[in-house]
Design a protein around this ligand. Structure first.
Ligand SMILES: Cc1cc2nc3c(=O)[nH]c(=O)nc-3n(C[C@H](O)[C@H](O)[C@H](O)COP(=O)(O)OP(=O)(O)OC[C@H]3O[C@@H](n4cnc5c(N)ncnc54)[C@H](O)[C@@H]3O)c2cc1C
Length: 427
């Protein structure tokens, strides 16, 4: 069967949904094709007995591109920023988190000399012009600025929690410092989980006239050879259906894009170069929180994270609690099993096992498709230069942001490019 549209968007995660809405509001006839039965991709939330589980801990960075684009689209962001009840976790013990001047003075996490150095490094970091660090790794930056091992450990933990990346020798310092500075502007846990964003965008897509097709696996991008560059003709689905379109936006990972363009060396190169950032998570629904004031812990000697998201957003039934435990996985060989993550929760919430209503362990989630090893200027896309009419959207694309900020920034750029490029062709 052959169908016709202006733009095909492949992928119904937040990036694909956002670009579809922006383009449809700009007057394009848009068809969005999603291979799974439900929309949302990694922003999916599962509800079990009144507990709302994101795919591991999700926090929206308030000063980033996602906030800007969602705000522009009119997507509400109900929820609250995490605050009180934070600890550092070292040697299987909780210590006051050095989050400000008073807690730095009080904490037994660092000795007197460590506190002085930590204060100096943090002040410098917040004033640093991130762009000036181009070409350096996070561990190179730490070598230059930190002398004490105890301070380095805490700084590494702060970089992990703001970037999700545990491999400091591979991560670009300019990208990590910029993300660290962004994280200081605050994050928000969302009421009901990130599916609220998916539902809002899907509703807007419907209102704007986007044709949304689920269980529609795109098998290839159809292109034709041109003079200087190839040109997109549309897409072909696994069931044989073809969509003819003037533009195709692939809003998936680099391996998804490479699979759609077999034999294309440029996109194969993107996929080969992308080193995914992974995490293991344990998501737990409790009927009661044994220690109501212990709400967050960040591992410093081990790459662990625990947070009671329901203390700040509506994610659990009255009186209950929804907790995310995670381990940042640095290398391909890194792993975590359920027992390890449960042991981390024992430290923050001893006695939690007596109150379990539901839990699940997801040991190898892809948080980010590509660890930023170089300045963001060097990331691919969103325009695919050698195939006219082809664009990519995602957390590995374009010059702005990490995580969902990159997905939505690239969605915004594509909608601008397609508007101006189509306008230029018509003129
Ligand atoms: C554990 C974890 C924690 C996270 N925490 C945060 C956080 O705190 N803050 C933050 O900003 N981000 C966080 N993220 C990342 C965030 O979830 C993603 O950045 C965001 O959801 C990505 O959206 P996307 O649309 O770019 O990609 P995806 O959600 O991956 O969507 C891609 C979609 O494309 C579809 N697709 C692929 N190939 C095809 C095909 N051939 N045909 C049809 N459809 C196809 C897929 O099925 C999928 O639905 C986290 C992710 C994880 C896993």
């Amino acid at each position: 069967m052959k169908k016709k549209t202006d733009v095909v968007v492949v992928g119904g995660g937040l990036g694909g949904l956002a670009v579809a809405v922006l383009l449809a509001r700009g007057g394009k006839k848009v068809t969005l094709l999603e291979k799974s039965k439900h929309l949302g991709g990694r922003a999916h939330t599962t509800e079990v007995e009144g507990y709302h589980f994101n795919l591991g801990p999700h926090a929206l960075y308030l000063g980033g591109a996602a906030g800007r684009v969602l705000g522009k689209l009119g997507v509400p962001l109900p929820g609250r920023s995490p605050g009180e009840g934070s600890f550092a976790l070292r040697g299987n013990r909780l210590h006051a988190m050095p989050a400000g001047a008073v807690s730095l003075l009080m904490t037994d996490l660092l000795g007197a000399a460590g506190k002085l150095e930590f204060g100096r490094v943090m002040t410098g970091l917040l004033k640093t012009e991130a762009g000036e660090l181009e070409g350096r790794s996070v561990s190179g930056w730490l070598d230059e600025h930190v002398t004490r091992a105890e301070v380095r450990e805490v700084m590494e933990a702060f970089f992990r929690v703001s970037t999700y990346c545990a491999d400091t020798s591979a991560m670009a310092a300019d990208v990590a410092v910029e993300q660290f500075q962004l994280a200081r502007k605050g994050v928000r846990y969302l009421d009901g989980g990130w599916s609220g964003l998916v539902r809002a965008l899907a509703g807007m897509a419907g209102e704007a006239g986007v044709e949304v097709v689920g269980s529609a696996k795109v098998e290839s991008v159809v292109r034709e050879a041109g003079g200087i560059q190839d040109r997109v003709r549309g897409v072909r689905l696994a069931d044989g259906t073809e969509y003819e379109a003037e533009a195709v936006v692939v809003a998936g990972g680099p391996r998804d894009v490479a699979a759609l363009l077999p034999g294309d060396e440029v996109v194969a190169g993107w996929a080969a170069e992308a080193k995914p950032v992974k995490a293991a998570t344990l998501d737990v629904g409790l009927s009661k929180l044994p220690k109501p004031r212990a709400l967050f812990a960040l591992g410093t000697d081990r790459p662990w994270y625990v947070s009671v998201h329901s203390a700040f957003a509506k994610l659990a039934p009255e009186g209950g609690a929804m907790v995310h435990v995670a381990k940042y996985l640095g290398g391909a060989e890194d792993s975590a099993d359920e027992a390890e993550l449960e042991g981390v929760l024992d430290v923050l919430q001893p006695g939690w096992r007596a109150h379990v209503v539901t839990k699940r362990c997801l040991p190898g989630l892809t948080v980010m498709n590509a660890l930023p090893t170089r300045s963001l200027e060097k990331r691919p896309g969103p325009r695919v230069d050698h195939v006219r009419g082809l664009y990519v959207v995602g957390d590995w694309v374009g010059r702005e942001g990490l995580l969902v900020d990159a997905s939505l920034a690239s969605a915004e750029t594509v909608s601008r490019l397609l508007g101006t490029e189509a306008g230029a062709r018509a003129a």
